[in-house]
Write a protein that binds this ligand. Structure first.
Ligand SMILES: Nc1ncnc2c1ncn2[C@@H]1O[C@H](COP(=O)(O)OP(=O)(O)OP(=O)(O)O)[C@@H](O)[C@H]1O
Ligand SMILES: [Mg+2]
Length: 251
């Protein structure tokens, strides 16, 4: 079966600094995969290369077996690659429902049509509400984004990503900055996502990683150190050495 996402020999340098070095990574359909590694390992850079924010110096990104390396960000989104929206890109003066409505309308093209078929708008609202419901945000639907606490905003980001009906969902530290009393909400939501969506989650909190991921890829200094099941990664001396080294440096 064709992988949902495949990265082949990806390389990216900023000047003399190579931040992505010959990275190969495969996300199967419905994958629950984590990308871990020390600060500055190149995890976010990889997300930027996958979504088209950055262009690699060499290598390929394939979605469903099709080469998308040269496609714009917008085209990749339309083909089914979503990352969690950045909070600062939300419309703070609009309600949560309106924000998700706009994402659904954008995907379906409902915004662009002067003459909409009767009921089209209602269908967009219904879908937006369904996304909010699945993220347990229904009670917040009519609240303004600017009134929501940070943990809830991170859920709104996920709702907007889901409104794009992605095949591949990239979650870059979805629980970062969320108080630990609320982080279980984000975990529950991730656990409940459509099993067909391939998910790559970047996360420093190993409890989160082990709860979500069935496979783990370890990135160190821009290169894949290893990948495997959580049990294999825990047992891997090289991975331990990387993290023990980190602990020693941070005291
Ligand atoms: N636009 C840029 N120009 C120059 N260097 C960059 C740029 N973006 C990232 N880098 C460098 O690339 C390296 C990888 O950064 P990246 O943000 O991808 O790491 P990360 O693994 O996501 O780290 P963290 O866990 O802290 O989020 C770092 O050394 C960073 O300073
Ligand atoms: Mg990062």
């Amino acid at each position: 079966m064709t992988a949902a996402l495949e990265i082949r020999g990806l390389h990216k340098s900023f000047g003399a600094l190579a931040v992505t070095r010959d990275v190969n990574l495969t996300l199967e359909r419905g994958a629950r995969q984590a990308l871990i590694g020390p600060n500055g390992a190149g995890k976010t850079t990889l997300v930027n290369l996958i979504t088209g924010v950055l262009q690699p110096n060499s290598g390929q990104v394939l979605l469903d077996g099709e080469d998308i390396t040269r496609l714009s960000q917008a085209k990749r989104t339309r083909r089914g690659i979503a990352r969690t929206f950045q909070i600062n890109q939300l419309f703070r003066g609009l309600t949560v429902l309106e924000n998700v409505y706009l994402a659904v309308a954008e995907r379906t093209g409902a915004c662009n049509k002067l003459w909409r078929p009767a009921g089209a708008e209602r269908a967009v609202i219904a879908e937006a509400l369904a996304h909010l419901d699945s993220l347990r945000l229904a009670d917040d639907a009519l609240k303004l984004v600017r009134e929501l606490p940070y943990g809830r905003l991170r859920l709104v980001e996920i709702a907007i990503a889901l409104a794009l009906r992605p095949k591949v969902l990239l979650l870059d530290e979805p629980a970062a900055g969320v108080p630990s009393s609320e982080s279980h909400l984000i975990l529950d939501v991730i656990a409940g996502l459509d099993p067909d969506i391939a998910i790559l989650i970047i996360e420093h909190d190993m409890d989160v990683v082990f709860r979500v991921a069935k496979r783990i890829t370890v990135l160190v200094q821009g290169a894949v150190l290893t990948d495997g099941t959580p049990a294999e990664i825990v047992a891997d001396e090289r991975v331990r050495a990387v993290y023990l080294g980190e602990e020693a440096r941070h005291g």
